[in-house]
Design a protein around this ligand. Structure first.
Ligand code: IPM
Ligand code: MG
Length: 355
């Protein structure tokens, strides 16, 4: 029986509640699909930091490095300085584990969740491959003359040929495997951010290795427009880190809201991290009202990643069926109790498929 080492960092705000349901679903899936795993739960996050001044200790980080996957609930707390815990946990994992792909599927499960007129699940079915280790996120910034009228602030957008090429290649491979519209779209802003000419040239070079895949290009501003006007034009899109961050929030709304969108921070073949895209939503924390759908879908992505394809599909199909049938009414805070949705998904997984 396959055994996996899985770390869980439930984190802040609604993180622990949605993680609890995602882990219940993981447990149910392991029982039905016959795989074993060892779960190590880590207490890191803002509350832990406030109590101990510890963010993500080296010893824990070393332990995590040797695992198969990490599940993360949510990070962020208004009581702490902006970015402290985000950089200390999420960005640390992304950079120091070299999780260079941020995989963000945008899939409309049912028409009633789409804010766009006349768009169906067939129209909203794409994957955004967001570069995850470079760009403005490398943290190379500074201030001069701080606090004075002459203050200057800078932040460097960093792109390497190596980093650009590997994520673009990942997008082409994914597109081939997905076998949908066989199109990879490069989203950049090379007309203004001239350094992104590196993306233009690298994309062109890698595309030559994939003659079976069509290529398209859109500047990020236009891509935002197309995402709303004609989401059906996208299959796989690859984009630098910062634009990927922004367009995937837009994508999350197109697929039905932050309560549905999941993501994987991936380095193929190495420990990778799975999380809902939503934040810690402190105002909803501890009330058992946040939807765990995005977290459960993140666990489905994690199952796929570790190789439990059948279990992964069962989890995603359960969510889809429950959304389509209306048993899950919605993913807003007024729709269900967090645990009620977990109950429904666990039950669906345990119920053998109807013949
Ligand atoms: C995301 C988040 C993070 C990001 C924040 C929390 C640093 O918005 O995962 O999309 O900007 O990458
Ligand atoms: Mg974001």
């Amino acid at each position: 029986m396959a055994t996996y080492d899985i770390a869980s960092i439930a984190g802040d705000g609604i993180g622990p509640e949605v993680t609890r349901e995602a882990l219940r679903v993981l447990k149910a899936a392991s029982e039905v699909y016959g795989f074993d795993y060892k779960l190590t739960e880590f207490p890191y996050g803002s509350e832990h930091y406030l109590a101990t001044k510890e963010i993500l200790p080296d010893a824990a980080f070393e332990e995590i490095k040797g695992m198969n996957a990490i599940f993360l609930g949510a990070i962020g707390d208004p009581r702490l300085p902006v970015g402290l815990i985000e950089y200390g946990i999420i960005a640390k994992c992304r950079f120091d584990l070299d999780l260079f792909v941020n995989l963000r599927p945008i899939q409309l499960y049912d028409e009633r969740f789409c804010p766009l007129k006349d768009k169906t699940p067939a129209d909203v079915d794409m994957v955004i491959v967001r570069e995850n280790t470079e760009d403005a996120y490398t943290g190379m910034h500074g201030f001069a003359h701080k606090g004075q009228a002459s203050e200057v602030a800078t932040q460097t957008m960093v792109y390497t040929r190596f980093g650009t090429e590997r994520v673009i290649r990942y997008a082409f491979e994914l597109c081939r495997a997905r076998n949908k519209r066989k199109t990879v779209t490069l989203i950049d802003k090379a007309n203004a951010v001239r350094a992104q000419d590196l993306w233009t040239r690298t994309f062109e070079a890698v595309a030559k290795e994939y003659p079976d895949i069509k290529t398209e290009h859109a500047y990020i501003d236009a891509a935002c427009m197309w995402m709303v006007k004609n989401p059906e034009w996208f299959d796989v899109a690859v984009t630098p880190n910062l634009f990927g961050d922004i367009i995937t929030d837009l994508g999350a709304m197109v697929q039905g809201g932050m309560g549905i969108a999941a993501s994987g921070n991936i380095h193929p073949g190495k420990v990778s991290l799975f999380e809902p895209i939503h934040g810690s939503a402190p105002k909803h924390a501890g009330k058992n009202i946040a939807s765990p759908v995005a977290a459960i879908l993140a666990s489905s992505m994690m199952l796929d990643y570790i190789g439990q394809k059948e279990a992964s599909k069962a989890v995603e199909d359960s969510i889809r069926d429950l959304l389509v049938s209306g048993e899950i009414k919605g993913v807003g805070t007024a729709d269900h109790h967090t645990s009620e949705v977990g109950d429904m998904v666990v039950k669906a997984i345990q119920t053998p498929a109807k013949a």
